[in-house]
Write a protein that binds this ligand. Structure first.
Ligand code: C5P
Length: 225
């Protein structure tokens, strides 16, 4: 599968999200709904993206006791989202609970099971031994039978070397050449992300805050080729 672009709908109203989706689809086919937008308008945006024919990446980064995360993942799976996130730091038991719940719930709701990926270390963080910590968390996700991880481009190369080809790698912190890093510490260009073995590139502000959002998305898609 060719690497794909995911645009983070990091806006605070349904109206703004709808405008972005209408502008970018079908050039962009996957939209990330995170805590900002989900807290503002919940299911409405998930339904809208799904009905449009695009896919939802529900990025709520679940992190709690296994039972609670399992129940949250079960609810998310029923929404028919394409992919969702849990925090790898929650431990193997929690990650397993997420996998089991997704399978069961999707089957009951007769929808496809969402791809479950574990967030390793946020791309806004930087600390000693971070690289090894990311690899250890990726190992937990793999052991728990999850589909992949979210990691920065700096770790993606090593994750790709260690784990099987179909272990999905999602890289945020993508910045086209010459743009602002903002609060992201471990950033990389779309080309570097692809070379590192990333399957999905998550881009927020470089597109959302661009004057011409479609042009910004097309530029990144071009850099991904
Ligand atoms: O605006 P920017 O391109 O930095 O947005 C990146 C998006 O990816 C944000 O929605 C952020 O929540 C998300 N993300 C991240 N680092 C992670 C996981 C998700 O930046 N490790």
């Amino acid at each position: 599968m060719k690497p794909q672009l995911i645009v983070a709908l990091d806006v605070d109203s349904f109206a703004q999200a709808k405008k972005l989706v209408d502008k970018l689809y079908p050039y962009v086919k996957i939209f990330k709904v995170g805590s900002q937008l989900f807290t503002a308008c919940g299911l409405k945006v998930v339904d809208y993206v799904n009905k449009k024919g695009a896919k939802v990446f529900l990025d709520l980064k679940f992190h709690d006791i296994p039972n609670t995360v399992g129940n949250a993942v079960a609810s998310a799976a029923r929404l028919g989202v394409f992919m969702l996130t849990v925090h790898a730091q929650g431990g193997v038991e929690m990650l397993k609970a997420a996998r089991v719940a997704a399978q069961r719930s999707a089957k009951q709701a007769r929808v496809s099971r969402p791809i479950i990926v574990a967030v390793t270390v946020l791309t806004s963080q930087m600390f000693e031994n971070l690289h090894q910590r990311v690899l250890d968390l990726a190992d937990d996700a793999y052991t728990a039978g999850l589909d992949g991880v979210v990691a920065s481009v700096e770790e993606a190369g090593d994750i790709r070397k260690v784990f099987k080809k179909d272990f999905v790698i999602i890289t945020p912190g993508i910045r086209p050449q010459g743009s602002q890093a903002a609060d992201q510490k471990r950033v990389a260009t779309p080309g570097a992300a692809i070379r590192s073995g990333s399957d999905f590139l998550v881009v927020g502000r470089p597109i959302v805050e661009a004057e011409d959002q479609l042009a910004a998305a097309k530029q990144i898609l071009k850099e991904m080729k």
